[in-house]
Design a protein around this ligand. Structure first.
Ligand code: SRM
Ligand code: SF4
Length: 570
């Protein structure tokens, strides 16, 4: 349904809407294109492929040279799996390891939504890649596209009936929101083709032919622990405990980090509390929310198609009434949310039955072998020998689960011997740091991120040590454009690429992830990022109140007033 909107509506459905509608439930002509011997897909299939977890990219490092030589771009695909809650078996982990070597660029990338991406897959190897993952019972359907994406949550391997019940609820959500089309099986797994004509079967009872207006993100956390940034999602669910059982969930709605630097009407937003639901009403209420967005979300201008714009435009009251009407009863007010931690679950974690889990810090989520650090090989050997469960976290790290204390000792020794420092040996600022991939794979990057971020973090560590602030858990995140893939607007320090080599600096978010930061300085050159922060850190050290975090300090002084305030500390 089209809506008249202050958000640039034209009355015409967007091009992508038309592509989805014509795609016959995500078939497009992908199967034919896989056989056509070319290196890349055409525009319509590119859009449909996203629903299958596949992004067409090209190596941006080579682009200019290839153009100069009159050659076509070096096309390659990024394949993103869907791993609910980030939970993998040892076998599944090892399959990712093998497939990324066989068909990808060799590296595995843990994303900020606790799944794996593989970059550099050639079109000719796409089918083998997806089939290989399927052999290990991993799907890529729903990795991307205008549907409910990978449902994420706290990765901590807590045990007991409460946690098991929350996990079961998460899996029920996955079931309810997974696309039902047979296209995935037909295209990648050579399933039987269903003849589609005028009387096409409705294969998507929830989504319909045009799916959702835009990507849609769900996240489940436990009350008190916001490690997964629940407020950055379209629907965030906070599980409340009642002894060993789940009392219910507080639902927050309308979060999203995407921003267009040139358009003030596209700010990032934190999700707002909507209601409290009993566990048995969780799926139905989430479904009602998804339906409201499906029916009223903007399908004309993709820039304003996320649910946050619908809520902004119509108001939370209107939105609640729509949801209540669909669930058939009034919504119960949300519970008050209190957060005690938002840090990732790294280092040793005690489990049941004398077992232990080991959370391993992975710089920017990138698992690969380099001359200095053969991380991929070490993790492969560890997983193959000890067969732990593997959990990917929303802060781009991983947890090896279910080890005996002796195995955990060996695992830690292996990691250390290979040059992988253990979590407690790293400075907190590094453990909290995140950067998005950006160059050379991301087609939307306007500045570097993951490739330059390690040196920024090391410089920051030097300054923190020098200022006697080495133990400060300051969160710092970088992205190569304003889209916000590493959630930089809820970091105490956010560096957001604006032009090649220059970044907007954002300050003043809190550690609980409930307050966004604000723009402090625009277009700061990469080499000056840390020197821009240094005087602020000096002032913070001198003026902080007991227990005050860096983000809270910046907010207390006022981000607008900070520059004048700290001029004496340069
Ligand atoms: Fe993202 C687009 C990478 C999490 C907001 N994101 C992209 C693309 C696919 C670029 C593209 O459209 O061509 C990037 C691929 C880069 C590459 O080469 O791998 C990309 N996003 C990532 C990942 C890999 C970043 C990371 O460091 O891990 C994350 C993959 C998550 C996953 O497993 O599904 C990733 N992206 C996020 C998040 C964080 C989150 O969800 O918690 C956000 C902000 C939250 C949100 O959705 O609002 C995010 N990505 C975007 C946007 C802006 C959306 C918007 O509402 O405006 C885009 C651009 C778009 O959709 O048009 C985008
Ligand atoms: Fe690409 Fe921008 Fe996302 Fe970084 S934030 S991965 S540059 S879209």
């Amino acid at each position: 349904m089209a809506m008249d909107s202050a958000h640039g509506s034209s009355g015409q459905h967007s091009k992508v809407e038309k592509i989805k509608e014509a795609s016959r439930y995500l078939r497009g002509t992908i199967a034919e294109a896989l056989e056509d011997g070319t290196s890349h897909f055409g525009e319509e299939n590119v859009q449909v492929l996203k629903f299958h977890g596949v992004y067409q990219q090209d190596d941006r490092d080579l682009r200019r040279q290839l153009t100069r030589e009159g050659k076509e771009r070096h096309y390659m695909m990024m394949v993103r799996a869907r791993i609910p809650g980030g939970v993998l078996t040892a076998n599944q982990y090892l399959q990712f390891d093998r497939i990324s070597d066989a068909y990808g660029s060799g590296s595995l990338r843990i994303t900020t939504r606790q799944t794996f991406q593989m970059h550099g897959v050639l079109k000719a190897n796409l089918k083998a890649t997806i089939r290989g993952l399927h052999d290990a019972l991993v799907t890529t359907l729903g990795g991307c596209g205008d549907q409910v994406r990978n449902i994420v949550g706290c990765a901590a391997p807590h045990e007991g009936p409460f946690y098991e019940a929350v996990r079961a609820d998460l899996l029920r959500l996955v079931d309810a929101f997974s696309a039902k089309t047979n296209a995935y099986h037909e295209i990648w797994l050579d399933g039987e083709r269903i003849a589609l004509g005028d009387g096409e079967p409705n294969e998507e009872p929830l989504y319909g032919k045009t799916y959702l207006p835009r990507k849609f993100k769900l996240c489940v956390v436990y009350e008190g622990d916001n490690c997964a940034d629940v407020y950055s999602n379209d629907i965030g669910m906070v599980a409340h405990r009642d002894g060993d059982t789940v009392a219910g969930y507080t639902l927050v709605v309308g979060g999203g980090m995407g921003r267009t630097a040139s358009d003030a009407k596209t700010p990032p937003a934190l999700a707002q509390p909507l209601c409290f639901v009993a566990p048995h009403d969780l799926v139905a209420t989430c479904r009602a929310i998804v339906e409201v967005q499906r029916d009223y979300g903007n399908r004309e201008n993709r820039k304003f198609a996320r649910m946050k714009y619908l809520i902004e435009e119509r108001g939370l009251e209107w939105f609640s009434a729509q949801v209540a009407a669909r669930v058939g009863k009034p919504l119960t007010p949300p519970r008050e949310l209190v957060w005690h931690t938002s840090h990732d679950h790294l280092g040793r974690i005690a489990g049941g039955d004398g077992r232990v889990h080991v959370g391993v810090y992975v710089e920017n989520g990138r698992i690969r072998d380099t001359h200095e650090l053969p991380l991929k090989s070490i993790l492969r050997d560890i997983v193959a020998e000890f067969r732990p469960g593997v959990r990917l976290t929303t802060q781009q790290n991983l947890i090896l689960t279910g080890l005996t204390p002796e195995e955990a000792n060996l695992v830690e020794r292996r990691l250390r011997d290979a040059g992988v420092p253990l979590a407690h040996e790293q400075m907190p600022v590094r453990l909290l740091a995140m950067a998005c991939p950006a160059m050379p794979t991301c087609g939307l990057a306007i500045a570097e991120s993951e490739r330059v971020f390690p040196s920024v973090v090391r410089e920051l560590e030097r300054v923190l040590r020098e200022l006697d602030l080495a133990d400060e858990p300051i969160s710092v995140r970088m992205t190569g454009c304003p889209n916000g893939c590493a959630r930089p607007y809820i970091a105490e320090i956010g560096f957001v690429g604006r032009v090649l080599g220059k970044y907007d600096v954002f300050l003043g978010a809190n550690q609980a992830g409930t307050r966004m930061n604000q723009l402090y300085k625009s277009q700061v050159p990469l080499e000056e990022l840390v020197s821009t922060i240094r005087p602020l850190l000096r002032a913070f050290r001198a003026e902080r109140q007991p227990g005050e975090s860096f983000g809270d300090y910046c907010a207390r002084i006022g981000v607008d007033a900070l520059e004048a305030h700290v001029s004496a500390w340069v």
